[in-house]
Write a protein that binds this ligand. Sequence first.
Ligand code: UDX
Ligand code: UDX
Length: 462
Amino acid sequence: MKICCIGAGYVGGPTMAVIAHKCPHIKVTAVDIDAERIAAWNSDNLPIFEPGLKEIVEQVRGKNLFYSTDVDSGIREADIIFVSVPTPTKTYGIGNGRAADLKYVERCARHIAKAAQSDKIIVEKSTVPVRTADVIKRILDESDTSVNFQVLSNPEFLAEGTGIHDLENPDRVLIGGEETEAGQKAVQTVASIYAQWIPRDKILTTNLWSSELSKLVANAFLAQRISSINSISALCEATGADVGEVAMAIGKDSRIGPKFLQSSVGFGGSCFQKDILNLVYLCEAFGLSEVAEYWLKVVSMNDYQKSRFSRCIVNKLFNTVSDKRIAIFGFAFKKDTNDTRESPGIYVCRDLLEEQANLAIYDPKVPSEQILSDLNGNLDSDGKYGDASIEIAEDAYAAAEGAHAIAVLTEWDEFSGLDYERIYLSMRKPSFIFDGRNLLDLAKLRQIGFDVYGIGKSLPAL
Ligand code: UDX
Ligand code: UDX
């Protein structure tokens, strides 16, 4: 059996590596139009940082895992084609700011229709609006070949940073297909791949539309929990309750459960906001305005949380950060990834730059060019941002040196192990720490002399 995946990104890249690793009898080829990305996949410097990924790629690359820019051959050779190209939020025309932009998915379908010379199973890996499989099928069926196509939905639930673990030990695998004999046969073919390492009872099969919708709904529910606990963090700060204690107390209720109750500076990542906006757009398109409004609140609460954090920094620093140095600890949207898409760090940094702060940013994995391009707004050639500036620091100590404040925006493990006495001595006084991830021991930091602020914590007077 031969598999091809179109799109070797954060989802396609690791997913294909794990399939190749678990199924030595299957030839897996990940193709991408981005030649630089493919060259990186074929080098020692993979384009994506994901714990455990490099080790797997090194074991199977060149044996049964290949990365290539030759999309045509990839399509022609494969029995099964996974489509894992972006479906970003539209930034133009009808549905601007809400609907998913399906141009890449449609382009893939047209490419497959043109290149295919034998029967294929097409698997939607990309997160798509409900009934996208219909669009793909229409395009494929209109092609002037006698080739038969089956379109399946097999959404990916991996989270970045734990992607390899999630792929190897998923809570479930979901495969949706047409309720015809050929559709069900295709579902079983794809199920048999996952069954090489995943127990059968975790491989769920549904109809196409349930599978497509379940992915949007899973992300909406997860994001909703974060917005819910973040809304409560604001109330905790006002009342003297501690959001960590509240989360622990409610999480012990087995009906609620303890996961995804970590209050933060806001959720980021390429999926949550995009998928909720997509869900909202779908609801609006079907005339369900109350449902749309309900889910839209999850996104607006997240926006509120991000801006609340930057406003707090400005307030505590005597209502001005103009010309003050602020050390930013972490820029990725969460730890253990180099991904910055929709990272709360981007929003907080932009707010602070608007207030004319001088930022010294340190992230252990995000390349400096990425940080600068995320903040490019009106950056001048000399790294100035109007009256503000951005410096990319070598490490956390260098970022903090001479700073008025530190803002922790990503929960990288290394930030909890730093020598904060040393950091305190190197900073301007009074020295502030704003912990946007509730990672640090605030009581200890206060003893050292820091002015501290934690999300959802109202600290008693010393
Ligand atoms: C993507 C989708 O964004 C997401 O909706 C879906 O759930 C999974 O696939 P991700 O892998 O994180 O997520 O995206 P990205 O890292 O941007 O990778 C997509 C890759 O597709 C890029 O490398 C891009 O070059 C490639 N691509 C894009 C193609 O090969 N062909 C295209 O026509 C468009
Ligand atoms: C998410 C889903 O978890 C995954 O199933 C789906 O396939 C893609 O979208 P991802 O975006 O990679 O995965 O990371 P996730 O761990 O879900 O975190 C998303 C954001 O929420 C991060 O910014 C994270 O820091 C934040 N978060 C998460 C919180 O603020 N609090 C929490 O309790 C959990």
